[in-house]
Structures are given as C-alpha cells and as structure tokens.
Design a protein around this ligand. Structure first.
Ligand code: TXA
Ligand code: MG
Length: 317
C-alpha cells in the first residue's frame, strides 16, 4: 500500500517490518538496523546477497556519532557542510551495529537523507534505518513510490510516498577511515564539491572488479532488462540488424527519424539528467525495445555518476 501516513510507517518499523521510504536520491527499503530479523527480511525481499552491506540512515550527525568511533577531523567538515545530502560516510562502527548490517565489516556506511518526510521519520525513531535502494538486486533504483509498488509492493506492508526523488541517483559513498579519503561509489554529491569542502584531493577507488569494497562497484548493476549500448555519436549508429531501437539522449539532439527517443535533459542540464535517468530507463524497459542506445554525458559534476550508471547498465555479461 502506498500512502503519506508517517504514523503508520513508524508503527510498521517499530514492529520490525520493512517499509519503502523516500529520500532525495532514490527510494529505500527500510528496516530497524538494530533488529536482526528485520534486517534479514530486507535481504530476502530484495534478493540481495549477504556479502553486500546496507547503509544506515539517521536524522543528524549527533546520532551518527552514537554508532561510530574514531572520527577523523575531516569527517566533521563533510558532516557540517554536505549533510543532510546525497553523501554516505563510511566510518568505524561500534558494537551497537550488528555485523549483519555491515556484512561482517568493522565499517558502517552512514547517511542523513535530505528529505523532510524521511528526516521526520528518523527523528521519531530511536533506532537507525538500514535501507538499500528499494529495487530487486541488480535492477534500476526507484525514484517514485509507484516504482517500488510495481516491483516489491506485494512483499512489504507500506510505502511512504514522498513524491519524486529530487536527485534521482544514489548517494556518493566516501570511505573516511583511510589516510586519504576514498570515493567508493560516484553519486549525487560531486567529487568537486567534496574536494572543495575538504580542501584536498580524494582518491577514486571505483575499480570494476569481482571483490568490490562496495558491491555497487559490481560491474553489471543498475541495469534494465533490455540490452543497452553506448555510442560515441548517435547519428553514426548503424541499425544493420533492423532492431527496434530506443535512444536515450542529452541536449539538443533530434533522432526521431531514427527511432523512439527520450531526452534526459533537452537543456543539457546534468542535474536534470540525473533526476530523469532511472525513470526513463524504466519507461524504455517497459516498452520492450530490442535495444536502448545512449551516449555518455560530459565528464564532470554529477555527469560522472550518470556515466557510471550508464556504463554498468550497458556491460554485456
Ligand atoms: O542513495 C542511497 O545511498 C540509497 C538511499 C536509499 O539511501 N541507498 C543505496 O543503498 O543506494 P544500496 O544498498 O542500494 O547501495 C549501498 C552501497 C552498496 O554498494 C554497498 O555495498 C555499499 O553501499 N556499502 C554499504 N555498507 C558498506 C560497508 N560497510 N562497506 C562498504 N560498502 C558498503
Ligand atoms: Mg542499490
């Protein structure tokens, strides 16, 4: 059931049930992070492997401090300037956080979502919410309550509707336990913004490998069922095999004579493109084309995160 009843969401969460919640990035599949049975249900509902840890969500930095230890001074800077927001800090956990949440790691990923409804929800709970994106493992993340309803609606009692996600792409994950902080996942908070805040460079640790530090680094991820292909230039795409093709474009590009087209941002705005990305990928997936053809965006700001998702969605296994 979809609704806007905060009290009902709170009741379900207190009972150890799993609830769909809005954030500014994507919708989450939330449960009491301190209740192991509730956390286990999240893994089951999402069909997520247990080696892939969950982010905990809290209403403010003071509450993050209650579940973590050994903060580097720079953590305070990030928290003060960029949180709440689309940034997740990887910190040393204390023993209040079950290893089930962190998949056995001593580090826990912490985030303060910038969404009025979820902040209010978190303030009224006396436990953090463990919440992965509310999609089946490997599929595109949901940016509207209806996306959650369509895929997981029969498995959870309630989805709190907070409207369309304003950022539309997952949070940036930064490991704050290493001498130089490391970006483990590109996301809604740009590298430029983080480096400006810290006054120093960060390390990009986004290696596509089979033993990832953050499994969002798994090669194929965030993908529609329809195969995707990236091209350098749409106009030179040669549809030799006469496939039913859809184009996912950016900026001033008119391809309607070549096939169906959705435009991430006609005005070439990177934030607008990020906001539209997953919703448009879903729309195209539902139309059952043979192929979705897209192109990388300019490699700066949130464009880097969009490109990361486009690349992972188009990997051929
Ligand atoms: O924007 C977001 O971050 C959304 C919203 C719902 O908050 N959440 C989200 O969660 O994207 P999820 O589970 O789909 O992706 C979390 C990523 C995974 O790649 C996971 O491996 C990584 O964070 N992660 C979580 N805890 C970790 C840990 N202790 N160490 C390393 N990576 C961790
Ligand atoms: Mg996810």
């Amino acid at each position: 059931m979809i609704g806007k009843d905060l009290g009902l969401a709170i009741d379900f969460l207190k009972k150890g049930e799993v609830v769909g919640i809005p954030t500014e990035t994507v919708y989450g599949l939330a449960a009491n992070a301190l209740n192991k049975d509730a956390v286990l249900s999240v893994f089951e509902i999402k069909n997520r492997p247990h080696f892939d840890p969950l982010i905990i969500h809290l209403p403010n930095f003071e509450s993050i401090v209650q579940y973590t230890i050994n903060h580097d001074k720079r953590v305070q800077l990030l928290a003060e300037q960029l949180m709440p927001g689309p940034l997740t800090l990887l910190l040393h956990k204390n023993d209040k956080i079950p290893y089930l949440v962190t998949s056995g790691s001593e580090k826990v990923a912490c985030r303060i979502p910038q969404h009025p409804l979820s902040i209010e929800l978190l303030k009224q709970l006396d436990f953090p919410l463990a919440a992965p994106s509310a999609n089946p493992f490997g599929y595109i993340s949901p940016t509207k309550a209806i996306h959650v309803e369509q895929q997981l609606g029969d498995k959870i009692p309630y989805i709190l509707d907070g409207g369309e996600c304003m950022v539309g792409i997952e949070s940036t994950i930064i490991d704050c336990t290493t001498p130089k902080f490391e970006i483990l996942r590109l996301g809604g908070c740009s590298i430029e913004t983080i480096e400006q805040c810290l006054g120093e460079k960060v390390i990009l640790n986004l290696n596509l490998n089979s033993n990832p530090k953050a499994p969002g680094q798994l090669d194929k991820h965030y993908s529609p069922r329809t195969p995707m292909k990236l091209v350098n230039d749409f106009k030179s795409y040669n549809n030799k095999e006469q496939k039913r093709v859809a184009f996912l474009t950016f900026g001033n590009e008119n391809l309607e004579h070549m096939g169906f087209q959705l435009n991430l941002s006609a005005s070439a705005n990177l934030s607008e493109a990020a906001k539209n990305l997953f919703d448009m990928m879903r729309q195209l997936d539902e139309m059952n084309f043979d192929l979705i053809v897209s192109k990388l965006l300019p490699e700066h700001g949130i464009g880097l995160a969009v490109n990361d998702r486009l690349k992972r969605a188009s990997i051929v296994e």
